[in-house]
Write a protein that binds this ligand. Structure first.
Ligand code: PHE
Length: 343
């Protein structure tokens, strides 16, 4: 082998052994393989080599070139791997048992109250029914014993659609007729839903709010059944024994009709600002379903009786969580609404 080739090969190996960084690898590559590097210089010697040795010399230089390139590539890869390993070794240790803070969403307070009620009523054999928000005049009023021009309509002014006879439902009672027709008697159902009224808004009034209606129809259903179900449900919701009382209330679709009050949970009936010093809170209109309403629903009122109640879900959520302004619920303010977690 040509002595110059041997010399350069030995020099390269010697220097390569000392290289420890990517930068040094690059410097070494330029020194040997660059345009003005040792290998290029070796090639320019070719002209001084005697003719019969030229071929062998050329081959030796080519082999050297390949060898240097391979060794440089290997060294580069080895250094890169070592650098990565160093990074990994120096990284802070990952401890999966450390607590972490990921923000989770929360349910709307009305959803929480609604789910609570659904759980309680299904455990008492009620089904949960869904009903549309757009209804017609018949379902919202006439089937409920509220004929056209009846003064009871004044309290439930709403948003009428341009499509004939259609409106946004003013109360969940609008579903009573369809549900009676769907199941017939006997029947136990609750139907939560969003209701609309043309209302000027203030801390206690909203044009959009939630109710939960319930009906129970069977043989010999009486006011005592109504009181029992209401009392059980409210004690579950508030997680304490509640005292209820009935006052007469007028709704054309029940006879007799009542306003159900609960003894103020704040003061226990002594009188405080939240019950306006009366000791009682008005919570849930209810009553025995009017025979005309049963007849509209295709149920024989001679054989069956039933009760209906229209619980204000929004109102209940206000009471349960101490929300003072009803407008908070539709505000979309996460600061207010994300405080309520299901216990
Ligand atoms: N639908 C009535 C309202 O929204 C409430 C109600 C329901 C009254 C059922 C009696 C029985 O005002």
């Amino acid at each position: 082998m040509n002595s110059k080739v041997t010399e350069i090969k030995a020099l390269f190996d010697e220097k390569l052994a000392l290289v420890t960084t990517s930068e040094q690898v690059e410097e070494l590559r330029v020194e040997f393989m660059g345009k003005k590097g040792s290998v290029a210089a070796l090639m320019s010697e070719l002209k001084n080599v005697p003719n019969e040795e030229k071929k062998a010399f050329g081959q030796e230089v080519n082999v050297l070139k390949q060898e240097i390139e391979t060794k440089i590539a290997e060294k580069r890869a080895a250094i890169l791997e070592a650098e990565q390993q160093k990074l990994i070794d120096s990284a802070e240790e990952y401890d999966e048992s450390l607590p972490y803070d990921i923000k989770t969403g929360s349910y709307h307070p009305i959803t929480l109250v609604q789910r609570d009620l659904e759980r309680i009523f299904t455990s008492m054999g009620f089904t949960i029914e869904n009903y549309s928000e757009i209804v017609d005049d018949y379902h919202c009023f006439e089937a409920l014993n509220i004929p056209k021009h009846h003064p009871a309509r004044d309290m439930q002014d709403t948003y009428y659609l341009s499509t004939e006879n259609q409106l946004l439902k003013t109360h969940t009672s609008a579903a009573q007729n369809a549900i009676m027709k769907k199941y017939g008697a006997p029947l136990r159902a609750i139907f939560p839903g969003r209701c609309f009224r043309n209302e000027s808004t203030d801390a206690c009034h909203e044009n959009t709010f939630f109710q939960m209606e319930g009906i129970m129809i069977d043989k010999d259903i009486s006011i005592s059944n109504l009181i029992y179900f209401m009392k059980t449900m409210l004690s579950e919701v508030f997680q304490k024994d509640v005292t209820v009382r009935l006052r007469p209330g007028f709704f054309p679709f029940v006879e007799p009709g009542f306003e159900l009050d609960i003894k103020c949970l704040n003061c226990g009936g002594e009188g405080c600002p939240s019950c306006k010093n009366s000791g009682w809170l008005e919570l849930c209109p209810c009553g025995m379903i009017h025979p005309n309403v049963l007849a509209h629903g295709g149920i024989d009122s001679e054989e069956y009786t039933g009760f209906a109640f229209g619980l204000g879900l929004t109102r209940l959520a206000m009471m349960k969580y101490g929300v003072k302004d009803i407008r908070t619920f539709n505000s979309g303010s996460l600061k207010s609404l994300s405080q309520f977690k299901n216990e």
